[in-house]
Design a protein around this ligand. Structure first.
Ligand code: ATP
Length: 747
């Protein structure tokens, strides 16, 4: 027994709570026309999640709620509860009893509740499908629909059989899987498109990051290089500083000594003796000049006196010879004549008396001298003798003066000679001092040059030290504080001085490296870019994983769909074969012979290429072309005993009902549903057939619980309980009648 209880409140004609307990395999619901019996069957459909209002004889939710009578108020909601005995776990939930409840409100809102918890319709449908229960289908046959299976299309029949064979859950799962697959494929596309969208950004960021990494690498190289450079440089500066501090003392001391030595040597060169000697020599040389002049004058006078003496001697001789006459010689006359002509010329140009007087004076003197000479020559010999004497005296004076002069001259010359010797001696010592000064000056010059070089070197060192400090600051900015540990660089600086050139080369290389590092930074805010790249690539990886997962689930969905398809196919064909067998049996039972069977047929139909599941309104507009596709359906063939009929259309109403019942029972026999509700399926049966029907019902009730709405007394007699429904004041009311009582009541 699966069904325990049905509680109806406010549903259709049930204004008040009605409670039906299903404690027997067969329960019958009886009552007059219009009392509300079919509303109970619909209450089942309703609580099992039926969405078609038509199948509940309504147009909207509101139609299902008690609409009120003049004496009874209308209800605001309709609710139906169905209690299952789940001790055999027919429903896959871990409860002994499972209560399903559906409530519909006047505003059309529906609530679905399983064991007090509100759920989605989907959850309810899934739960029921797993127990081969549906809101409609073979196990709830509405009034007048007994032969529906005969009048349906082959395709509809196939659907009914699939439901009856419990394939609905698989179909549902298959459809669900196909829907999920479509969704998954869509998601794959979406995620792929997302990946494509972010790909250029990631590519750009990657380039940036590579640039940054390259920069970091370069920074690392620069750091190592910097450390080596700075260590070498600092060693060089240290050694240079020590060297320059030491060197300056010696040369400066020497410079001071040189100054003293030069001063001493200069004193030697500035000696007065030399000067004095030179002056003395000059003085003596001047004396010799004046002595020479004096001597020349004396010699001239001596000559002249000599001449005068000889002249006087001749005159005396001549006087003595020519004692009486005085005559003029031709030359004397010419002399006079020439003198007169000269004086005449001189007087002729004279305009001044003084000049004339001078000319006259000259004439007088000439005449006087001439006459004196004439007369003297002709003077007395004594006078001339006296004159000779005078001359001789004068000559002796001259001779003695000349002797004295000669003595003086030789003295001077001797003196000069001595002085020159002394001067020569002086000169040689001064020369030595000068030479020394020159040497000292050269040494001084050298030392000064050395000192100047030293000072230049100090300046250079200072500049190098400043540059070193600047370099260090710059290095910290470029490669961080780690560079300050440059002393730890694993290089040994053997001779800073020797490697200086190498160091300068390194310096150039360092500058080039610095430029590259600065360029590689390129204004990029590396932290932000790295973070952004990390985020973006993490997102990309996440999306890639997402695609991978989606693809995996797409593959497993495809295989699940395939599996389910095969399962449905196999179970369907197996089921159809079994039903076919059972159909034959039931048919024979019903008609006392004849043959009946069902088979799967294929019909050609035009349909869209894609399955309807994938379409939405938008898709329909661009739906692919139609094509013919074979479709499966169920064909029914019957042969009545002793009758020759062609097709189902030729059956009478009763025959149709019997055939339908035979098929329905066959179906139910193959895959018994937990319960079957039959609403006046037996309406068209005559007495004999009603008995057969009753027998089959009893047989069927062994595997499925039966709820039968009937006016048929035979059917009623087979029920364990009868529920009587009456309509009182526009509302249905329920009364249950015990089996025996019921049978009695039925008869
Ligand atoms: P029969 O034996 O003739 O098939 P029945 O017992 O099956 O009759 P139902 O069809 O179940 O009767 O009940 C129909 C009755 O229910 C009608 O009288 C109808 O007025 C009533 N009914 C249907 N919907 C509502 C509603 N929303 N509110 C009140 N009464 C309703």
């Amino acid at each position: 027994m699966y069904l325990k209880e049905l509680e109806i409140l406010g549903f259709k004609s049930f204004a008040k709570k009605a409670n039906l307990k299903f404690n027997f395999p067969i329960s019958a619901i009886v009552g007059p026309n219009g009392s509300g019996k079919s509303n109970i069957a619909e209450a089942f459909r309703f609580v099992l999640g039926e969405q078609s209002f038509k199948s509940m004889r309504g147009k909207r939710g509101e139609d299902l709620i008690f609409s009120g009578t003049p004496t009874l108020p209308r209800q605001s909601r309709a609710s139906v509860k169905l209690v299952f005995d789940n001790s055999r776990k027919i429903l896959p939930v871990d409860f002994e009893d499972v209560t399903l409840e559906r409530i519909v409100h006047r505003d059309g809102i529906n609530q679905y509740i399983i064991n007090g918890s509100e759920v989605r319709l989907k959850d309810l449908i899934e739960l029921l499908a797993s127990a081969n229960i549906g809101s409609s289908g073979h196990h709830i046959i509405s009034q007048g629909e007994a032969d529906r299976i005969l009048s349906s299309s082959p395709k509809e029949r196939k659907t009914m059989l699939e439901d009856a064979l419990g394939l609905k859950i698989f179909q549902y799962k298959k459809v669900e899987s196909e829907r999920k697959l479509i969704k998954t494929e869509e998601n794959i596309k979406q995620v792929q498109s997302l990946r494509r969208e972010i790909a250029p950004h990631i590519k750009f960021l990657k380039k940036q990051v590579e640039k940054i990494e390259e920069g970091e690498k370069l920074k690392g190289t620069l750091l190592t290089f910097y450390k080596e450079y700075l260590k070498t440089e600092t060693e060089y500066l240290k050694s240079k500083k020590a060297e320059l501090g030491k060197n300056i003392d010696g040369p400066q001391k020497r410079l001071r000594e040189i100054a003293t030595e030069i001063a001493a040597a200069e004193k030697l060169t500035q000696n007065q003796t030399h000067h004095d000697l030179t002056i003395k020599i000059k003085d003596l040389e001047n004396q010799i000049s004046s002595i020479t002049k004096e001597k020349e004058d004396l010699l001239k006078e001596d000559g002249r006196i000599e001449g005068q003496l000889s002249s006087l001697t001749r005159l005396i001789e001549k006087q003595k010879a020519e004692d009486k006459s005085v005559s003029l010689t031709k030359s004397e006359l010419n002399e006079i004549k020439n003198k007169i002509e000269d004086l005449d010329k001189e007087s002729a140009g004279a305009s001044d008396v003084a000049i004339l007087r001078e000319v006259v004076k000259k004439i007088i003197n000439f005449v006087k001298e001439f006459l004196i000479s004439k007369i003297a020559g002709h003077g007395p010999v004594d006078e001339m003798q006296a004159e000779v004497e005078k001359c001789r005296e004068r000559k002796e004076e001259i001779n003695s003066a000349l002797d004295s002069i000669k003595n003086r001259e030789s003295f001077c010359r001797e003196e000069i000679k001595n002085l020159r010797q002394k001067l020569d001696q002086d000169k040689s010592s001064s020369l030595a001092a000068e030479k020394k000064i020159v040497t000292l000056m050269s040494e001084k010059n050298d030392i000064q040059q050395e000192i100047s070089k030293h000072s230049i070197a100090i300046d250079t060192l200072n500049r190098d030290e400043t540059a070193f400090k600047q370099e260090l600051t710059e290095a910290v900015v470029l490669v961080g504080r780690e560079v300050l540990n440059y002393e730890s660089a694993p290089i040994s600086v053997e001779s800073p001085e020797i490697s200086r050139e190498e160091q300068l080369e390194k310096r150039k290389k360092l500058e080039r490296l610095k430029i590259r590092v600065e360029e590689s930074a390129g204004g990029v805010v590396s932290e932000d870019v790295l973070r952004e790249y990390k985020d973006a690539s993490e997102r990309d990886e996440f999306l890639a994983r997402e695609i991978e997962d989606l693809e995996k689930s797409s593959i497993s969905l495809k295989s699940l769909i395939e599996e389910l398809g095969q399962k449905i196919e196999t179970k369907f064909h197996e089921g159809v074969a079994k039903i076919n067998n059972e159909f034959q049996k039931f048919f024979e039972l019903m008609f006392g012979g004849g043959t009946a069977g069902i088979k799967v047929i294929k019909t050609e139909i035009r349909r869209r290429k894609e399955t309807d599941l994938s379409f939405d309104e938008g898709d329909l507009e661009s739906a692919p072309e139609e094509e013919e596709e074979p479709e499966e359906g169920i064909d029914i063939k019957v042969n009545l005993p002793r009758k020759k009929i062609n097709g189902l259309m030729m059956l009478s109403g009763g025959e149709r009902a019997l055939t339908s019942i035979a098929l329905l029972f066959a179906i139910s026999q193959v895959n018994p549903p937990p319960f079957i509700i039959l609403d006046e399926t037996d309406a068209a049966l005559d007495e004999a057939n009603s008995r057969k029907y009753g027998d089959m019902i009893e047989n069927l009730s062994k595997s499925s619980q039966l709820i039968l709405i009937t006016h048929n007394r035979e059917t009623m007699s087979r029920a364990g309980v009868l529920y009587g429904v009456t309509m009182i004041g526009g509302a249905s009311q329920l009364l249950s009648v015990a089996f025996d009582e019921g049978t009695q009541w039925a008869k």
